[in-house]
Design a protein around this ligand. Structure first.
Ligand code: ASP
Ligand code: MG
Length: 407
């Protein structure tokens, strides 16, 4: 008997019909003698709807109430799926974070799991009852509901797999697995049979929505076999693995585009010790995530400072920057929303210096101007004007031999 954690994303539980389909799938797993633990997301679109409500009342501050509202979507799905299973004769019950509990820190909107109690879940499993855990939510040390950041139910699933010592964790979604690029943008994108944890982590961190980056980190740390697959079609999906077979080692395994970032430029920041510390310290205190940072050459004791951050945080960022503008002494704040970040990812990059030059050459040939560049061991990212996204993605996909007809 295997103990397995199955997580179903928003589109897989989008309506009653989909929920009934999931229930039948679960029944089949049980018939194969597997012990099943389920984790669910909110039904498709619900989290965004809830977010629009909290945003309308208060876009500038993070409050515990925001998490109380956002976490409610998963509660609905956990109860409905339990009902769907009961309807076909499978004992099942819903669990909310506080009923387990899944404890987190108090980083509202983006909390981290600190511990998971397993007694209640084990007791449920012992009675041959299927526990259905509302993903995405936790309980703060003060007893408030928290949420784990967008896409956080993936992390709930992996964390539960680790705590319950499950044999593996399947993440069910509406695509057949992890692709070399977003197939909606790049028609020649291929589904990958395997991808390494390191590559999957970078892809997720750079904006591929298929998994939350933290869930991949957690799976790697606890050695949880992880698989991404479709709940709509019966296909093997993508296995996340440790090392790729040397034989099939591609230099680049995927290209990710991210349209959720915005570029902020602080004009004429005094070129003095401690300026970056003041600016980024203020943003970090509010848990605002900063991605790329570039400081331009200084001129007459002042330099422009450019960085990228999440579009969803921009109102808070501007408010904070306005607050420190006088103290720090920069002259203006420029916001550019019409950018895209494109990241080329692959473990093969460690030993190949040409990857970067192919990137720059390909974009140059298409007449695309690069605004910012950043690199890490297995990825290179560039910021380019938003309107070039499809052209750049398709050209790079071809340049790195990722097109399905090039194999
Ligand atoms: N419902 C939450 C979101 O949309 C969590 C998740 O789906 O993983 O971000
Ligand atoms: Mg997701």
């Amino acid at each position: 008997m295997s103990r397995i954690v199955l997580k179903f994303g928003g589109t897989s539980v989008a309506n009653i019909e989909r929920l009934e389909h999931v229930a039948i799938k679960v029944k089949q797993e049980i018939a194969q003698n597997n012990q099943v633990i389920l984790v669910v997301s909110a039904m498709a679109g619900i989290t965004n709807l809830l977010l629009s409500y909290t945003h309308a009342l208060n876009p500038n501050h993070v409050t515990p109430e925001h998490d109380t509202v956002l976490s409610s979507g998963e509660q609905v799905t956990s109860g409905l799926l339990a009902m769907a299973l009961n309807q076909i004769g499978i004992p099942a019950r819903s669990f909310l974070s506080w009923q387990i509990p899944i404890l987190t820190d108090s980083g509202f909107t983006n909390a981290r799991i600190t511990s998971i109690q397993t007694e209640e879940l084990e007791a449920c499993l012992k009675e041959n009852c299927v526990p259905i855990i509302a993903g995405f939510q936790g309980l703060s040390p003060q007893g408030r509901l928290t949420t784990l950041g967008r896409g956080g139910s993936d992390t709930t699933a992996v964390a539960l797999a680790a705590a319950l010592k499950a044999d593996y964790c399947n993440i069910y979604t509406d695509v057949e697995g992890v692709y070399t690029a977003d197939p909606r943008l790049v028609p020649k994108a291929r589904k990958l049979d395997t991808i390494t944890y390191a590559e999957m982590f970078e892809m997720a961190a750079q904006g591929a929505k298929v998994l939350q980056a933290r869930s991949v980190e957690l799976a790697m740390k606890h050695r949880i076999p992880l698989r991404v697959l479709s709940s709509f079609v019966d296909a093997p999906g993508t296995n996340v693995i440790y090392e790729r077979d040397l034989m099939e080692k591609a230099l680049v395994s995927g290209i990710v585009h991210n349209q959720d970032e915005v570029k902020v430029t602080l004009v004429a920041v005094p070129d003095e010790v401690g300026m970056a510390a003041q600016i980024f310290g203020a943003l970090a205190d509010e848990r605002i995530h900063i991605d790329m940072i570039v400081q331009n050459l200084s001129h007459e004791g002042r330099a422009d400072l450019t960085f990228t951050t999440q579009k969803s945080d921009i109102e808070r960022v501007v408010t904070l920057l306005e607050d420190i503008k006088e103290k720090v002494g920069f002259l203006d704040i420029l916001i550019d929303r019409s950018i895209v970040k494109i990241s080329v990812i692959g473990v093969g990059m460690r030993s190949n210096l040409e990857i970067a030059s192919v990137l720059f050459k390909t974009l140059a040939e298409k007449g695309i101007n690069i605004q910012l560049i950043s690199t890490s061991e297995i990825k290179i990212s560039v910021i380019i004007p938003h309107q070039h996204t499809p052209l750049a993605m398709c050209a790079l996909h071809t340049a790195y031999n990722l097109d399905f007809d090039s194999h």
